[in-house]
Design a protein. Sequence first.
Length: 619
Amino acid sequence: MSILYLNLGTADADRIWDYGPGFVRLAGVGVGGSEVVTTTDIRSVVEMILQADLVVGHDLLAFGLPALERYHGLDLARLVRERRVMDTLLAARQNDPPLSGKADARRYNLAALCRRVLGAAKVPDDSESMLRVLARQFGGYDRIPVGHPEYVRYLVRDVELVRELAQYLAVDEYIWREHEVMWRLGHISKQGWRVDADRVQAVLMAQEERVSLHKERLHHVYGLPLEGAKPQATSAGKEALIQAFTDLGVRPPRTPKGNLATGKDTLEALEAEHPDNTGLLELCSVLRASNGERSSAQTIFQHTGPDGRVHPRVTASQAFGRFSVTKPGLTVQGKRDRGNLLERSLLLPDEGHVLITADLAQIDARAIAMHAQDPGYIAAVAPGADLHDEMAAAVFGEDGWGRGAGHHPRRGDAKAITHATSYGMGATGLAAYAGIPVDEAQRQLATLDAQFPRLATFKSAIRNQARGQILVNAYGRRMRVHPGREYTQGPAAMGQGTARDLMTEGILRLPEWLLPCLRAIIHDELVLSVPENRVEEAENAVLNALQFSHQVAPGATPVPVLAAKGARGRDWADCYRREKPGWPEVARDHRELITCSDRRCSWHTADNITDTNTEEIPA
């Protein structure tokens, strides 16, 4: 077998989609066990790739090969279909699964991975910093002389490390599947998402003006200094803030060491605790801006390219495989907060297109049902059944309620129990989540176990397996559990990890004409920009791809995977207008009204007149 080991020297990695010709500057290539060579003849490298049986590199599928596809005509789709690409990053995450947390994600860059697998002596201390040093020295990655000996040495050494690392990585069927999944999701980055540039600028100007006014007011009312990048960090600023919190009727927040706390988590907690204290909300808004926290509009603006689009990166670095969409961060733009949802309006369909969404229904619970094989629980997620109603009936009884006669009166209470089944909550966790006494949570969980005995047996078995730290779901995904957290993380890993792989099964079932239409994957939801004249065809194709029955093993009872489509949107927020009827401004048509008499609307000004060119989205 002919194996080609590859690494590329490029211009700034964040410019892959808009830099233009010359982005790929130098290639390091090793064929089999031969000496690694470097070349600026990138066309010849593409020819070598096409002739090789396998091309191997680190983060190759998300970066190196897409760059060669964009600027040098590489047929990446063919390589993936023929299983002729092996990305050591994807393989390493399956061979040595990550733990949850940001720190563990850093263990998978090439240098850190090789230190762990090959030993520290194999990786010089300067391996991570050399390229950055050269970029600073010459004023940019694209200005480093391609013949600079340190630049060449960096490239050669990384190819040698990839070649040696690859010998230690087993490649199973799940890894090959993962390569096609990530190639398909790579179309999100490749195509990009059109930005409402005028609206972004208006929002940023309004936010800057608002923060400036708030700062002036806090200066005059509380004496908060205006000078310096972070006046709130000065002694005078801290004293002023302590007085401000006190005057607003709020105890000044403190760190464990007794210092004034003004971090993101602290501010969010204060806002949640005092939602009607407008003065406090104003203070938190100013502090958030002063701390340098960026709004969605700022991050979208920062990552908008000359083509008027953002090209977010999709990664699967979370412990149980869930996807993150970053640069800009779209995964964090939730729908539960009015302001966050409205920030989605900054992203538009292509010209002549509309946005469509499809969301998997209660997929974590379905994943648990597949593995547990509890007949009662499987019946609770059957088509036409409502899981929360069924949970309420199982735990609280059916007195006063009959199927087909509306929702169970305690359906809302049962939602917490549904989460408990999927995430392995104990009585203490359920009590905190549902706001009930611990003894009541214990009673509910005991009733749940009695009603769904095979579900209880499954969770117990998974917790025991998790003590070995590695769990494997029905798709073959390997997942690592924190020692000591098996009780909650064991069931959560099986639920979330399998839910993720059920979503990717749907992605693999999408017809290829829809791949360039992909714009985002947000948890269990897909967003696509599709031609208006094919929208019904697209919606049917997406639902057909996402809905199927899955059997975890021969002889197991199959469980249906179900999905629902959203409204067709003229912007991303507009897709949720049916889902949020109490928030009229979610609908783009409502936002374009000149006047509005709906007091629930947070988009229009107090006198119900909106200037659609300048009105800000609530932060």
